[in-house]
Design a protein around this ligand. Structure first.
Ligand code: GLU
Length: 282
């Protein structure tokens, strides 16, 4: 089977050097094994991801010297597929509707912790208390209209053969413990899907065999693995590359590395120089 790689940016802003690094790694890895290279536009956030930003992202990647298979899949064309998966999970009793505000979530977490630090997920967000879990489950509410859909994690795990594992090309076999995330949101209040749901459905839809992405998504892979099992999707192989930091280890957002590629281009920096500075052969 021919390996399939993808670079899947969310053009909610302009692409920077961190994106260039990830895109080049994917393209290089695909080339090394005679695989296919896809670009997928993760534009579920329709308020932030404008058509101009999408166009600019593709232009920047082309300017860097990358080429990929057309047509580019845009997640904004896939809302029906996401809704079908949500429907399926809802009818199996694995989702529930949640109208809690951020304030409700904070207040519940603090009350339940009784003076101790409230529990947080691997990304540092507060674990949801489950306040809405016991709502009567009628028909699925309309998506993206003020009510979120959460995965009932305990119920979901009841139907899964444990241990659940996933494979990282650098770190080896990983034991997945998705319960650490609590009842994750699979459809957001303002968006009829979520990053986690869309990414697993689209990797399967596009036949992606090798997911190469930043280490910031390492922990989230256990949620993706659970969703793949629940939805009967194939399991890709993963590799999580280090994030680009400057020489002092400053986070991207605070350093020169967060300068948009198009600003570097406007300053006269050549794509060859960018590729070389990121460690890629010219
Ligand atoms: N769209 C995600 C991001 O830009 C990456 C998705 C992925 O590679 O799984 O952070």
């Amino acid at each position: 089977m021919q390996p399939v790689f993808r670079f899947a940016p969310s053009p909610n802003g302009h692409l920077h050097l961190g994106h260039a690094f990830s895109a080049l790694l994917n393209a290089e890895a695909a080339q090394a094994v005679g695989g296919r290279f896809l670009v997928r536009v993760e534009d579920i956030d329709q308020a932030r991801c404008t058509p101009e930003l999408v166009q600019d992202a593709l232009d920047d990647l082309r300017w860097l010297g990358l080429s990929w298979e057309e047509p580019v899949l845009r997640q904004s064309t896939r809302f029906l597929a996401y809704a079908a998966a949500l429907d399926q999970l809802w009818s199996r009793g694995l989702l529930y509707a949640c109208a809690c505000t951020r304030r409700d979530i904070e207040a519940d977490a603090i009350t339940r912790a009784r003076g101790a630090p409230p529990p947080r997920d691997p990304d540092g967000a507060l674990i949801y208390s489950g306040r809405c879990r016991s709502w009567v489950r009628g028909p699925m509410p309309p998506l993206g209209l003020g009510v979120a859909l959460r995965l009932d994690m305990a119920r979901a795990l009841e139907g899964v053969t444990l241990p659940l594992t996933w494979h990282d090309a650098d770190a080896g076999v990983q034991a997945a413990d998705p319960a650490r995330w609590g009842d994750v949101v699979l459809a957001r209040k303002d968006t009829p899907t979520s990053y986690h749901l869309a990414v697993v459905l689209d990797d399967a839809f596009q036949g992606v065999t090798d997911v190469v992405r930043g280490k910031d998504l390492f922990a989230a892979t256990e949620i993706h693995r659970l969703l793949q099992v629940l939805l009967g999707l194939p399991e890709p192989s993963y590799r999580h590359h280090p994030l680009i930091t400057d020489a002092d280890g400053h986070k991207l957002a605070k350093s020169r590395f967060s300068t948009p590629l198009r600003s570097l281009r406007a300053e006269g920096v050549m794509p060859e120089a960018i590729r070389a500075s990121l460690g890629f052969a010219l």
